[in-house]
Design a protein around this ligand. Structure first.
Ligand SMILES: *[C@@H]1O[C@H](CO)[C@@H](O)[C@H](O)[C@H]1NC(C)=O
Ligand SMILES: *[C@@H]1O[C@H](CO)[C@@H](O)[C@H](O)[C@H]1NC(C)=O
Ligand SMILES: *[C@@H]1O[C@H](CO)[C@@H](O)[C@H](O)[C@H]1NC(C)=O
Ligand SMILES: *[C@@H]1O[C@H](CO)[C@@H](O)[C@H](O)[C@H]1NC(C)=O
Ligand SMILES: *[C@@H]1O[C@H](CO)[C@@H](O)[C@H](O)[C@H]1NC(C)=O
Ligand SMILES: *[C@@H]1O[C@H](CO)[C@@H](O)[C@H](O)[C@H]1NC(C)=O
Ligand SMILES: *[C@@H]1O[C@H](CO)[C@@H](O)[C@H](O)[C@H]1NC(C)=O
Length: 461
């Protein structure tokens, strides 16, 4: 090959790369009642050396605080508006005029994501509004001349009905033709991205005996998996999950749509009955993912070697008002007071050796023993009384022992009775998916609260 050809090729390659860089951003979720202000948060985001930030709405305070910064910004159309926007161009235009135009270009809005994990919701009517709404937002953006903004929608791994082996990746049959195919056509036509929320933590924690922890954490390991369908060899679960989506897209005739990691992360804490949620693993996972993503030249995945993988880490803060198991409230790089949960450099420039040692992980093996569910400290008594009534109304004789004269009536206090009711409820319903949460009013404990002749029901792991 002649020198000129080589030069031209490398020029071409760098032009293509300039389209999207591998820089890492952060998800700035706000489901907490104790979080710093938007302007303080933007400062913290900069100290983490994030290059992008993704928010779950179009909060004007945050967009104002981001004015003049060099952070690329992703905003979101709320789920509730999708259905109306899908049939109403005026509404789409109005949304863009209100939420984008006043801040652009000083706030570097680059992505508008339509809804959040819409195809994981049980409300199926919104599924079919999703792509029409994306098209309408796209026309609004175009009409306003905002050519730098891409339109997408973040999806979770549950859009696949099969993800193993990766080459068997297939979209769910209830959305494949009706939603995914038109969506892929839209993303391909508009040169946008497939925004994916990908968490190796979940498949690993539901099957820790068959999946090696190091494989899920992207740590250097001898574990490999070779896909019999393609002969491609995998060295970590993250690549495996991404490629299953790549093959699912290929199956529908769209082999080249780029992936954008809309969320990935690992919880730094969780409930007693959850495995592997700790600071050591969270720091290890996030640092390894960032090293992989920021590597030059780009590493890509076995199915797409060398491809650039832009990403947002989940998330900025531990958010105390996220529902669900304890891990949901422990994905933050920062505590709500702004302090680091562990040291983190999203630019990937800090060598591993410069980080302070991490606390040793203590829950990498499943917990074995009994657990109870008791009232959390310092909670609102009106709400606690409501939860007590709710718990007692479920199941069979859940609260008989705390009736007057029965063995658990005394001490006759709300905390005591609620703790009994929560333990009793949870011991009956955990197998059926019931959780020990009650809107933050309940917590798990490994310390037996039983007293005297009153025996609290427990969950045995
Ligand atoms: C959607 O439109 C209907 C009819 O115009 C209206 O009643 C409803 O409030 C709208 N929904 C939202 C979330 O704005
Ligand atoms: C479309 O949205 C606009 C702006 O919100 C509203 O005024 C209008 O009534 C809507 N049209 C229909 C048919 O719902
Ligand atoms: C491939 O996916 C299909 C469903 O799409 C599933 O039934 C089958 O078990 C998968 N194959 C393997 C080897 O897991
Ligand atoms: C995807 O987009 C590319 C480039 O615009 C185009 O050449 C290709 O035909 C599209 N693929 C499909 C299946 O529409
Ligand atoms: C990988 O395998 C080699 C040879 O079996 C062994 O010496 C080495 O310790 C292993 N490395 C890891 C990280 O397990
Ligand atoms: C407790 O919760 C109730 C119902 O949600 C609310 O009305 C009340 O203001 C709360 N009390 C305190 C002290 O926060
Ligand atoms: C309650 O007990 C009855 C009779 O023992 C049984 O048929 C029923 O399934 C139980 N319900 C629950 C929710 O455990």
């Amino acid at each position: 090959m002649g020198l000129v050809t080589l030069l031209l090729l490398s020029l071409f390659a760098s032009l293509c790369n300039a389209e999207i860089s591998a820089q890492v951003g952060i998800n700035y979720g706000q489901l907490g009642n104790n979080l710093p202000s938007p302007s303080k948060s933007v400062e913290l985001i900069k100290t983490l050396k994030a290059k992008r930030v993704k928010i779950y709405d179009a909060n004007p305070e945050i967009l104002k605080a981001l004015k003049g910064s060099d952070l690329q910004v992703s905003i979101m159309v709320p789920n509730q508006l999708i259905s109306n926007i899908s049939t109403n161009q005026t509404l789409a235009d109005q949304w863009v005029r209100t939420n984008v135009v006043p801040f652009y270009p000083e706030t570097m809005i680059r992505y508008i994501l339509v809804g959040n994990e819409i195809l994981s919701l049980s409300d199926t009517t919104t599924w079919f509004s999703l792509v029409p709404a994306m098209r309408r937002i796209k026309s609004s953006v175009k009409a306003c001349g905002l050519h730098k903004i891409k339109i997408g929608t973040p999806l979770a791994m549950d859009v696949l009905e099969s993800s193993f082996p990766p080459s068997n990746g297939t979209f769910r049959s209830d959305i494949s033709v009706s939603v995914m195919k038109p969506m892929l056509q839209f993303l391909n036509r508009t040169k946008s991205f497939f925004f994916l929320d990908v968490y190796p933590f979940f498949p690993w924690s539901s099957d820790p005996t068959n999946i090696k922890l190091d494989y899920a954490l992207l740590s250097r390991t001898n574990t490999t998996y070779t896909d019999p369908g393609t002969g491609l060899t995998y060295t970590n679960l993250f690549d495996q999950m991404l490629d299953s989506v790549v093959f699912a897209m290929k199956r529908l005739g769209y082999p080249n749509i780029r992936l954008f990691i809309a969320e990935t992360g690992w919880p730094n804490g969780g409930d007693i009955d959850q495995i592997g949620a700790n600071i050591y693993n969270a720091a290890t996972y996030n640092r390894n993912v960032i090293k992989k993503i920021t590597a030059r030249p780009a590493v890509g995945t076995p199915a797409r070697p060398g491809s650039v993988l832009p990403a947002f880490i989940f998330s900025l803060y531990n958010e105390n008002q996220k529902p669900g198991p304890g891990t949901e409230r422990h994905f933050g790089l920062l505590y709500p007071n702004g302090l680091n949960v562990y040291q983190m450099d999203l630019s990937g420039e800090t060598p591993e050796s410069e980080y302070k040692p991490l606390p040793a992980p203590r829950n990498n093996e499943p917990y074995k023993g009994k657990i109870w569910c008791v009232a959390a400290r310092g909670v609102n008594w009106t709400e606690l009384a409501g939860a007590l009534t709710y718990a007692c109304g479920q199941g069979n004789g859940t609260c008989n022992p705390i009736q007057p004269g029965k063995e658990c009536y005394k001490p006759d206090s709300l905390i005591w009775h609620a703790s009994f009711a929560f333990s009793s409820y949870w011991s009956q319903f955990r197998k059926l998916g019931g959780s020990c949460y009650f809107n933050g009013l309940a917590v798990q404990t490994a310390k037996n609260p039983s007293y005297g002749s009153c025996k609290f029901p427990s969950v045995t792991l």
